[in-house]
Design a protein around this ligand. Structure first.
Ligand code: NAP
Length: 250
């Protein structure tokens, strides 16, 4: 796709091909955003998500980049901005887990999760904020977790990454507030995706028992909250953590 000036707002969603990221891409497309769908490995899923976004009458492209790589994050943000002539929204959604009790957790398990979930958001935000501050408008939304607020046995690496994202969110919110750029976090609870499908049955049962709403959440329910924070109407909300968890984190 060639470079162009566009009147529609544009969004970049990391890890947008599947799960919660896919639902966010579709919700933003429905709200009238052109969407860049980042993926690391799942090219077919990302292309499929792009086609589904286009059905809402917007433009959409799938862009490969590994968010653990700072140079790839810079190129991803530059390509997204160039493709649609602007970049209004960055959603740092790409995430992994490597659950183990700390006695069994290797340094590599810790690094992989921090590098993807926390450093990936740092690299993408650093690249995007230059554009956003220059245009004096932007929305950055980070996917944290109820686990980042409350911790969880067997997820010390994941919880540290998600708590770190909250610190990143609040700090960047303070750095950018005067430039019209808001930074918020959404903290999902127990949501039905590939990530939770891979949990052991006992862990799923325990997670479900901790949800006052009594059911697992749908990716679209997280996406609605992200789309609100991505909207112009959310201009006076920054540095916040919005839990979408059926009451799990109360
Ligand atoms: P998921 O189904 O496992 O999908 C993970 C996504 O992250 C995929 O699109 C994947 O893309 C992408 N990704 C992973 N490593 C990447 C990398 N190095 N570079 C770029 N993309 C990468 O997970 P999900 O459940 O939708 O979770 C989405 C976000 O919500 C994550 O940050 C997760 O921690 C958070 N969250 C989920 C839940 C839940 O209950 N599901 C709860 C709280 C928070 P590829 O397939 O291309 O690798």
């Amino acid at each position: 796709m060639s470079e162009q000036q566009n009147s529609r707002p544009a969004a970049l969603v990391t890890g947008g091909g599947r799960g919660i990221g896919r639902a966010i891409c579709l919700e933003l497309a429905k709200a009238g955003f052109d969407v860049c769908i980042n993926y690391a490995a799942s090219s077919a899923a990302a292309e499929q998500t792009a086609e589904e976004c286009k059905a809402f009458g917007v433009q959409a492209v799938a862009l490969q980049a590994d968010v653990t790589n700072p140079a790839e994050c810079q190129t991803l943000v530059d390509t997204a901005a160039k493709t649609f002539g602007r970049l209004d929204v960055l959603v740092n959604n790409a995430g992994v887990n490597a659950d183990k009790l700390i006695l069994r957790m290797q340094e590599a398990d810790f690094d992989k999760v921090i590098d993807t979930n926390l450093k990936g958001a740092f690299f993408c935000s650093k690249a995007a904020c230059k554009l956003m501050m220059r245009q004096r408008y932007g929305r950055i939304i980070n996917l944290s977790s109820v686990v980042g607020l409350h911790g969880n046995a067997g997820q010390s690496n994941y919880a540290a990454s998600k708590a770190g994202l909250i610190g990143l969110t609040k700090s960047l919110a303070k750095e950018f507030a005067a430039r019209g750029v808001t930074v918020n976090a959404v903290a999902p609870g127990f949501i039905e995706t590939d990530m939770t499908a891979a949990m052991p049955e006992a862990a799923k049962t325990a997670a479900l028992a901790a949800v006052p709403a009594g059911r697992i959440g749908a990716p679209a329910e997280v996406a609605h909250a992200v789309a609100f924070l991505a909207s112009e109407e959310a201009a006076y909300i920054t540095g916040q953590v919005l839990c979408v968890d059926g009451g799990m984190g109360m």
